[in-house]
Design a protein around this ligand. Structure first.
Ligand code: PLP
Length: 409
């Protein structure tokens, strides 16, 4: 336990939960109101309408007082039946956790992944690149009897810092002429990386509060297409708390069938307002720019970025591969103790091999530079030989590219 109080603010550099803006913390401190009273219905309608704009959908968005894992379970149990075959693409740790959940629920997941190991790093190729839609298309074409009921992919793989082209996955399913539903996890992508539920033809989108939406952990979402709602009518996996039908019906009045997370909903309305005041496209551009600066730092250090395909670098986080023989967790611990900065750990297959820098949510030029300077000092103190200054390289990128700072009236 910490027996001292370090001066200044902790720098939360993990890829979610992301730092919660003061404005949202203040909104959460409003008094909790009667969730059946007249004021609440106004709040409920604002929450639901705002979420539709963020998911870019005209269809229902279901809110759960649960972490993202709950919304994963809701997505599967609402549209599938025991023993259903599900095609799950493995991009990393979170994709494989979702697959394990599918197994526990009595589904029959089949993993599709890019084969092989990267010779330079010894890391699985599939954990360094995005979803390959052609592999999905090929497998669906073989499934003439339409045994596969759903295709599950992770839009922003938080364990690796790789995004995937969801529109291309939709095209692959359509090209195969296959009726499988498309289920997408954008728990860490939403409101940081461009995401379009309707336009991309997604059937269920899963997301959470603690990443791009800048809220604390605690609520999560399912955006649901008409085709998913239709599938839900005959799906037979047991569900009660997660069942969409009752929630969507009562949501029409601005209320929930159970006690909703009132104070997080106050913050959600504010978060949507912040995102829309900046403009969603400006928010996405800010994340792209910060991601570019962060990668410039990693390359200047002479280290590898975990994502091996520049076309799908994540705008949310960057995975930094440390040289063979260095323990990334020891470096993280040193940085935490010396500089009061938290960085993301390497998960499962990547344990000790890499760490993750988050540049999501309310991150700006100087908060990114703070995290990068902590990393640079810590890497040097840990004895990692760096080729050059990553901080200087990131400053070059930020200094010479247009900023997207909020303008004060
Ligand atoms: N999926 C992705 C891509 C995630 O990043 C996370 C959490 O970081 C999860 C699922 C699990 O969500 P939670 O930890 O909120 O249950």
């Amino acid at each position: 336990s910490l027996n001292f109080h370090p001066a200044g603010r902790h720098v939360l550099g993990i890829p979610g939960p992301s730092p919660v803006p003061d404005r949202l913390l203040r909104a959460m401190s409003y008094p909790t109101i009667d969730h059946r009273g007249p004021e609440f219905g106004v709040l409920g309608h604002r929450v639901l309408a705002g979420l539709q704009r963020i998911f870019q959908t005209r269809h229902p968005v279901v809110v759960y007082p649960a972490s993202g894992t709950g919304a994963w379970e809701a997505a599967l149990t609402n549209v599938l039946s025991p023993g259903d075959a599900v095609l799950m693409y493995e991009t990393g740790h979170f994709a494989s956790l979702w697959r394990k959940m599918a197994e526990r629920l009595g589904l029959a997941p089949e993993v599709v992944a890019l084969p092989g190991i990267c010779p330079q790093t010894g890391l699985p190729n599939s954990w360094r690149r995005g979803v390959q839609p052609d592999l999905i298309e090929r497998r669906l074409r073989e499934d003439g009897g339409h045994q596969i009921k759903a295709v599950c992919v992770v839009h922003n793989e938080t364990s690796t810092g790789v995004t995937s082209d969801i529109a291309a996955v939709r095209r692959a399913i359509d090209a195969a002429g296959h009726p499988a539903l498309l289920l997408v996890d954008t728990i860490s992508g939403l409101a940081s990386a461009d995401y379009r539920h309707d336009e991309w033809g997604v059937d269920v989108t899963v997301s959470g509060s603690q990443k791009g939406l800048m809220l604390p952990p605690g609520i999560s979402f399912n955006a649901v297409s008409p085709k998913a709602l239709e599938a839900a009518r005959s799906a037979r996996l047991p569900k009660a708390f997660w069942a969409w039908d009752e929630i969507i019906e009562i949501n029409k009045t601005g209320y929930w069938p159970y006690t909703p997370n009132t104070n997080l909903l106050y913050a959600l309305v504010e978060a949507v307002d912040m995102l829309e005041t900046e403009g969603l496209s400006a928010v996405f551009a800010r994340h792209q720019r910060l991601g570019a600066a962060c990668r410039a730092a990693v390359l200047a250090w002479g280290l590898d970025v975990q994502c091996a395909d520049p076309a799908v670098y994540s705008p949310v986080l960057t995975g930094v591969v440390v040289p063979q023989g260095v323990d990334a967790d020891a470096v993280r611990q040193l940085i935490y103790e010396r500089f009061n900065l938290s960085l993301g750990t390497g998960l499962s297959k990547l344990k000790g091999r890499m760490f993750r820098i988050g540049h999501l949510g309310e991150c700006n030029d100087l908060s990114l530079l703070a995290a990068l300077s902590g990393c640079e000092m810590g890497l040097k103190l840990a004895g990692v030989r760096l080729q050059g200054s990553g901080v200087a390289a990131a400053m070059e990128v930020l200094q010479h590219s247009a900023t997207c700072q909020a303008r004060y009236p």
